[in-house]
Design a protein. Structure first.
Length: 319
């Protein structure tokens, strides 16, 4: 059976017109989750949502409404920046946020994370600083034990006045977090090269004709295309230092304006939703999540610290 709540409506910001009479007493707003003041479920941001996405959002909203008794409506933000603003203004109560968007909304104290996306059984992933073995940089990562052998300040000072190969300007593992790490370690590097893709970073370090070192996710060296082209890539491109698994995937967050008990009830409804084939398919269609796990805000602390240390503007990192 297919459940529909109707076509999502756009987020609107209401601007007061005129000056209210001073003798009027403000009315108490209706209780959240009622017909008069429904909860707003934000679908994945898109200027032109597909029919499949709209249907998936309707199914999610209908299931949560049935499980909790709260009235829900759906909206489609035109962009992730619009979604972050909507959370801040009370025009969204539930939605999915990218890592950067979550940090921005978190800085506004407008949201709390309830679920994190799982990929290959993990909610967070790591990054690594790599270099060509022939450049005589010292590796401070023990491959056999899968651990760093010293702290970042010692390991990375050898890259003072060196040039980095970065993936792209918004990549958490291929630029933003490693840049934050280098800044925290007070390592001054030269302007880097952006190569549009982490395989390109590994190739550049392997060929050793563009930069002195690079940054990738763990472990980009083992991508099938690279191993096919460069059989000795993991021997020639060595890991200098590895950033722990602190980089998150997308999450589902709720507005801090919702009472804690309401958030718990909705969180339980999402768990029940994911236990149904239709619900799991709808979440995948809407938010691109095959699996998700309960997570707390504290898990984002290290990621937030590295992003802040990068010195980059959060608003420039989101869509």
């Amino acid at each position: 059976m297919q459940l529909r709540l109707g076509t999502p409506t756009p987020i609107l910001t209401l601007t007061p017109t005129g000056t209210p009479a001073p003798t009027q007493t403000p009315l108490t707003p209706p209780e959240l989750g009622t017909e008069q003041n429904p909860l707003i479920l934000a679908l994945a941001p898109s200027p032109r949502p597909s029919n499949e996405a709209i249907k998936a959002g309707d199914l999610i909203a209908a299931f949560i409404q049935r499980q909790t008794g709260y009235r829900l409506v759906t909206v489609v933000p035109a962009s992730e920046q619009v979604l972050v603003d909507a959370f801040d203004k009370g025009n969204a109560h539930i939605g999915s946020l990218s890592p950067y968007a979550y940090l921005l909304a978190r800085d506004n104290d407008s949201v709390t994370v309830i679920f994190a996306k799982l990929r290959d059984g993990q909610t967070f992933y790591g990054a690594q600083i790599v270099a060509n073995r022939e450049n005589n940089f010292t590796s401070y990562f023990d491959e056999a034990r899968n651990e760093n052998t010293t702290d970042a300040a010692i390991a990375l000072k050898q890259f003072n006045d060196k040039k980095a190969c970065w993936s792209d300007e918004v990549s958490p593992s291929g630029y933003v977090v490693p840049l934050g790490l280098l800044n925290q370690a007070e390592v001054q590097i030269r302007s880097g090269a952006f190569l549009e893709g982490q395989p390109s970073v590994v190739r550049a370090v392997y060929v050793d004709d563009i930069c002195d070192f690079g940054a990738t996710f763990v472990d980009a060296r083992q991508l099938p295309a690279l191993e096919a082209d460069y059989a000795d890539v993991t021997d020639k491109v060595i890991v200098i230092w590895r950033i722990p698994e602190i980089i998150p995937y997308e999450n589902i967050s709720m507005s801090n304006s919702l009472p804690i008990e309401m958030r718990r009830v909705i969180q339980r409804a999402f768990i029940d939703l994911m236990l149904t084939p239709e619900g799991k398919a709808a979440i995948q269609t809407m938010y691109g999540m095959d699996e998700m796990q309960i997570v707390e805000d504290a898990a984002y602390a290290e990621f937030a610290a590295y992003v802040k240390a990068s010195g980059l503007d959060l608003t420039g990192l989101i869509k």
